[in-house]
Design a binder for this molecule. Structure first.
Ligand code: ADP
Ligand code: NI
Length: 218
């Protein structure tokens, strides 16, 4: 595919995704998608991945999140594939992007999520970087609030979810989410650049949690 052709596809998909997510309030707003895309492009450059695939994968990674589709992990890749074909991409491109989208989600502390391509690794890392650090903390409490959850309850301990269903249906308080996902992400980064970018954000969450517990009086 020519460079001009892939830029045309990227532009049309970016416009489509921006329109769809403009008014999302669940932590999957257009700004999340656009931060992830920017971070993915930065990691991509360091790691030497394919920029078109990484950009399209990042733009489409939350197109049909499992939380809004009956916990189905198949809807996202399916819709990503259809959109690529709709804007004039070929089957090879559609399959490659769908495969990236299928490999992004975190599925529980006990569930490994390796990537089968450098491009999938880059997009997975970029999405996870947006779940940690100052923005990640804000997103976690925004998500918890949207579900009417407590900030914290010392009696409800974190769990190591052994499968996706247990992880996705857990309704614990938001502080637990740090121990069940956010603090685990640094050591699960798949690229060197992702690992490097995760360090500072991880440290900030640790400082934040120390302060939280100090104020709580534990
Ligand atoms: P992502 O877009 O990073 O893949 P998710 O789709 O899993 O993340 O969730 C969107 C945001 O909400 C993320 O920042 C995530 O950490 C947060 N989140 C997901 N589940 C919970 C939960 N049970 N409690 C608090 N925050 C959550
Ligand atoms: Ni995301």
């Amino acid at each position: 595919m020519s460079l001009e052709n892939s830029q045309n596809i990227i532009d049309r998909i970016a416009a489509h995704v921006e329109e769809k997510f403009k008014s999302e309030g669940s932590g999957h707003d257009w700004f999340h998608i656009s931060r992830v895309t920017r971070t993915a492009q930065a990691i991509c450059q360091e790691e030497g991945a394919d920029a078109t695939l990484v950009t399209l994968g990042a733009l489409l990674h939350d197109i049909a999140d499992y939380k809004f589709h009956d916990h189905s992990l198949e809807e996202g890749p399916k819709q990503a594939r259809a959109i690529i074909l709709e804007v004039g991409g070929d089957e090879t491109l559609a399959d490659a992007v769908a495969s990236i989208v299928a490999q992004v989600s975190f599925r529980g502390a006990g569930v490994p999520t390796p990537a089968d391509s450098l491009e999938a690794a880059v997009v997975q890392d970029a999405d996870r970087l947006d779940a940690i650090g100052a923005i990640g903390i804000a997103r976690a409490f925004a998500y918890g609030g949207s579900k009417n959850r407590l900030l914290y309850n010392p009696d409800v301990k974190p769990q190591k979810h052994a499968n996706f269903k247990d992880y996705a249906t857990d309704e614990g308080h938001t502080i637990n989410h740090f121990y069940e996902k956010l603090l685990l992400l640094k050591d699960r980064m798949l690229t060197g650049e992702g690992r490097r970018l995760a360090e500072e954000r991880h440290m900030f969450m640790e400082i934040y949690l120390n302060q939280f517990f100090e104020e709580w009086g534990e």
